[in-house]
Design a protein around this ligand. Structure first.
Ligand SMILES: [Mn+2]
Length: 317
């Protein structure tokens, strides 16, 4: 499979790189590192993102000219369309099905729930991150990994392993990050940019969210919620809530942490984390979502009370 991807890169000239909505560090880092790799091959590469880059990842070097962040792709042809870190094709966002008309799809991913939507699917669920697979691809291609590529891959691995705390933190992840550090990546700089550069409104909102904390099933399940009013009252943007579920997960004795965020009037986005043996991806799949065993998400329609009882019921069942 690596061989096929190598052929496509060597023979092709125009490439599109895209990823999922709700950008995270792995999504941005994987796209940007692959962008720099294709540029180093003197290829024409475009990064196509549906969402704005979250504030904490804006320090990452990517395409310099914002024109590369194109919003529509009317009938454009690419030799290969790389879809990174997407377990399901629809995670690319609205209009995803049109991408099939833009070119041959190579999906590179590490989600156990990957649906195999690509023409080629390079999926390794044991990889810490999609960036790790992209790094392996670079090694296979024999590319000299530049600082721009390195800082993107490092940030992707750092964030997808929850700062090297989750179970996907493997010796391989450390080995790769060690290599990237030797290339010039400074872990303290990245930690400051990603974890210590939040707007204060995030913490005003966090205070309100922690006030909604409740536990169920003898303290095994912790959940909190965010309404749009709470965001508005705090002058907080949606992206400021990123990582809130991790605070809930820090409670002693819980198996599942759930953050429920209102996205529309009667629609909520659930982020779930598992600290024990519970597979939260399988719970999220009941509601049409997906993800990893220990970190997954889904959407549920209804009012907040209904959503909470539906998810508690699903966990029991
Ligand atoms: Mn990922």
């Amino acid at each position: 499979m690596l061989r096929q991807i190598k052929d496509r890169i060597e023979k092709g000239n125009r490439f599109l790189i895209t990823t999922h909505i709700d950008l995270d560090g792995d999504a941005v880092g994987s796209c940007f590192s692959l962008y720099w790799a294709l540029v180093s091959y003197k290829k024409e590469a475009f990064v196509y993102l549906k969402d704005r880059i979250p504030y904490k990842y804006r320090f990452l070097p990517g395409p310099k000219d914002p024109r590369y962040l194109i919003n529509t792709l009317p009938g454009e042809r690419f030799d290969t369309v790389f879809v990174l870190d997407c377990g399901d094709f629809h995670r690319v966002g609205q209009g995803y099905e049109n991408l099939k008309n833009n070119g041959f799809i190579v999906s590179i991913d590490h989600h156990s729930t990957n649906s195999g939507f690509g023409d080629i699917n390079l999926v390794d669920e044991d990889a810490s991150s999609t960036a790790e697979i992209v790094y392996d691809l670079f090694r296979y291609l024999g590319i000299d990994i530049s600082y721009e590529m390195a800082i993107n891959i490092y940030t992707a691995i750092l964030t997808d392993t929850g700062s090297f705390r989750y179970e996907n933190t493997t010796s391989k992840a450390f080995t790769i990050c060690g290599h990237l550090t030797r290339i010039g990546v400074r872990p303290s700089f990245i930690a400051t940019m990603v974890y210590e550069s939040h707007p204060k409104e995030r913490f005003i909102l966090l205070g309100k969210v922690l006030n909604t904390l409740e536990t169920h099933k003898d303290g095994k399940i912790a959940m909190a919620h965010i309404t749009r009013d709470m965001c508005n009252d705090s002058d907080a943007l949606e992206e400021f809530t990123d990582g809130f579920v991790e605070y809930i997960k820090e409670i002693d004795g819980i198996d599942i942490a759930i953050l429920i965020r209102q996205t529309e009037d009667k629609r909520y986005k659930l982020s779930m984390r598992s600290k024990g043996d519970v597979d939260v991806a399988s719970i999220c799949r009941i509601f049409g979502g997906g993800g990893h065993k220990k970190a997954a998400g889904c959407h549920i329609n209804g009012d907040i009370g209904t959503v909470k009882s539906m998810v508690l019921e699903a966990i029991k069942g």
